[in-house]
Each structure stands twice: as C-alpha cells, then as structure tokens.
Design a protein around this ligand. Structure first.
Ligand SMILES: Cc1ncc(COP(=O)(O)O)c(C=O)c1O
Length: 381
C-alpha cells in the first residue's frame, strides 16, 4: 500500500493566499475604503513598484497577459499584414495575443536543452521565403528560463526584427544579472493566480523603457483616450483593477525570497534526480538565473511516471501536451519542421515546485520519482 503524500503538496495559489492572508485582508480593505476600483492609486503604486523592482522605465497595468501581448504589438504598429515569430512550444496565449493584434503567427522550433526559442531555428525561419515580412519575435521565457538572449539578439540584428518578451512565466528571472522583462524593446507579463506573482483573477502588464510606447499602451488600454471621453484612436478596455494591483503589491514584497526558495528546491531536485537518471532534469544556461515557474523533466514514459506519482498523491502536469502547430487553431502557422517541440510535447512533465513545499516534500518527491526507476529497472529482463 503506497503512502498518500497529497497533504505535502498544496496547490500554489491557495497556499500563496494563505501565506499572505493578513496583508491581503488589509489590501482588500484599502480598496473598499478607497472607493476607486479601476486604474486608481493602487494601480499607480504597483506600476511604480514593479518598474522599480525590474529596473525598467515603465509598467502599464492591463487586464491580462494576453492583452499585454496584443497591446505592446499594437503600440508598435505591428498588426494586419505583419508577421510575428513565436516559439512552437508555449502557452496558447502567446500566439493568441499576436493574433488579437491582427498579425500572422509564424512558428520556430525550441532548443532541446532549455525549451526556449532556438536561435538557429529562428535564423533559418527568417532566412526562408516564409520569413519575409517578419517584424518582430515574441521570445517566451518558458517555465521561467530566460531564452538565449545574446544569440537571439545577434539573429534579430542580422534580420532587423524587434525582439519582444513574453515574461509571463519569468517574474524575477535574470539573464547576466538583468531582469527578464527588461531585455527586449518591451515585455508582457501575466499575473494570473498561478504565476509566481499572481493576482486574485486575471491581470497583466506591459513593461518598457520606451516612453512613446508606454504612452501609447496607456491610451490603447482605455478606449484610446487621450483624456477622459476623448479618443485619439480605437483602443480597448484592458484596465487593471485596483483590487488586483493592491494584492500584487503585497505579494511583490516576498517575490525575491520566494524565488530563492524555488531555486534552492530546483538545485536539490536536479542533484537527486541525476543520481538515478530516471528522468532528464532541466538544463540551465550559465547566464540564466531562472524563476522556476515550472520544473520540467523529460521522460520517455511520461504517462506511467505521472500515474506512479499520482498513486502517492503527488500532483504533476504537462505544460503543454501539444505544440502550437499540433492544435487546429495554429496548424497553419507552421512553415518548417518543428521536431524538437514535438518531441518535448511527448516527453515533458512538470513536477511540483513552489515556495510552500517543505524539505520533506522535496525529499518525498525525488524518492518517488527515483523509485519509478527501480520499478522499470526491475521489469527489465
Ligand atoms: C507564456 C504565457 N504567455 C501568455 C500568457 C497569458 O496570460 P493571461 O492568462 O494572463 O492572459 C500566459 C499565461 O497563461 C503564459 O504562460
């Protein structure tokens, strides 16, 4: 009879709210007492604090990460008739934001080691006939690992395309000491509740050092208003609520501490998992300090491993079971073979990792993964 360890693995957003409960109660009270519910003082304070945290010029709070992608593209006049490259393995939302801006999505393959956009694949795409007319590349720091920025910059410069970041999974990650979200011309963040910095519902932000771009996003997020009731251009309603901003301000204070805990857990997992070699642990580039939004391993027996973990009450998940071109909505975005993303989609498994996991939980997790090894080895004649 297997032990059930479910109580050692709380769901991150629930544990996060429990941990911050006192501060969140105060934040909700402040919003109720303040009497302003959308784009008010809390939003302004959060925008200042998040920009300061990142060492960025400006943060513009919007209603979701998908909106942030759409708005930063629209603010750069990237839309109908333009093409934007997106990695083939990412959240659908990365591509959905580009489509919402009206631009065409083209897919490039990922790097087998880090799951982020492969610079060689990007170069091949941009040099091909399909790549003509590409204006921008949306670089996704998937699972909290910063993509190979130096190599991507070289490719982008050679082809005169703008690098933008989807930092929705990379709050607090760094590349050569610089924060993810400040590397490209602009970045989109999501604050969906499961993110490392999460609100109580949908929320997002555009981050940039470009003042003109910031001003344009500020207009576009609210009907294109130059001033109240005076629209300069057609915008949308994508405002950040006061409640979410107040909550984000509370959680931002512990983001670094929580990222450190994620990093310590990741180091421990990798060390333990390498001993038995049942799964391939994630590989980190020396320039990158990941945010560890997900700790993703590879296994040729992913489904069996997942069942083995579930039998002990250990949750796991697949982010994502299909590459973008393997989904009806984005099948037409493929112009070249994307074998690395396809193989990853077959093998990846996200193991539980967040700051509310105890040392005991981390030991149980690694032992349980490693015991799958002995099970399969035992079965080998
Ligand atoms: C990589 C990535 N991009 C974009 C998004 C979109 O964010 P949201 O769900 O806030 O629209 C997400 C969140 O799911 C994401 O993980």
């Amino acid at each position: 009879m297997l032990a059930c360890h479910a109580n050692l693995f709380p769901h991150f957003p629930v544990a996060d709210c429990r941990h911050h409960r006192k501060g969140l109660d105060g934040a909700v009270r402040r919003v109720l007492d303040g009497g302003q519910f959308v784009l008010g003082q809390e939003v302004q304070e959060f925008e200042t604090e998040f920009a300061h945290y990142l060492n960025a010029g400006a943060t513009l709070g919007v209603a979701s990460g998908t909106d942030a992608i759409e708005l930063m593209l629209r603010a750069l006049d990237i839309g109908p008739g333009d093409k934007v490259v997106v990695p083939a393995l990412t959240a659908d939302a990365s591509a959905a934001g580009v489509r919402r801006a009206g631009a065409e999505v083209l897919l490039a393959d990922i790097d087998a080691a880090t799951f982020t956009l492969c610079p060689q694949s990007l170069a091949a795409l941009l040099s091909s006939s399909a790549g003509a007319g590409v204006k921008s590349v949306l670089v996704v720091h998937l699972y909290g690992q910063v993509a190979d920025w130096a190599a991507l910059q070289q490719v982008a410069a050679a082809h005169s395309v703008i690098l933008l970041e989807d930092a929705s999974q990379a709050h607090g990650a760094r590349w050569c000491g610089r924060m993810a979200g400040t590397l490209g011309h602009a970045a989109a963040f999501s604050f969906y509740p499961t993110k490392n910095l999460g609100a109580l519902g949908d929320a997002g932000a555009v981050v940039t050092n470009d003042e003109v771009l910031a001003e344009r996003v500020r207009r576009l997020r609210q009907y294109g208003w130059r001033e109240r009731y005076v629209s300069e251009e057609t915008g949308i309603n994508s405002r950040l609520d006061e409640l979410h901003a107040a909550v984000l301000r509370v959680k931002l204070r512990t983001l670094d501490e929580h990222t450190s805990r994620r990093r310590a857990l990741a180091v421990f997992y990798t060390k333990q998992l390498l001993i038995h070699g049942v799964v391939k642990p994630p590989i980190v580039r020396p320039e990158c300090e990941p945010a560890w939004h997900q700790y993703v391993v590879r296994s040729a027996e992913r489904e069996a491993l997942q069942q083995h973990l579930a039998a002990s009450g250990i949750p796991s998940a697949v982010h994502y079971p299909r590459a973008l071109h393997q989904q009806t909505a984005y099948a037409h975005c493929q112009t070249m073979p994307l074998p690395v993303a396809e193989q990853a989609a077959r093998e990846i498994l996200s193991l539980p990792l967040h700051p509310y996991l105890s040392d005991e939980a981390s030991e149980v997790l690694c032992q349980t993964v490693n015991s799958f090894s002995s099970r399969t080895n035992d079965a080998t004649p």
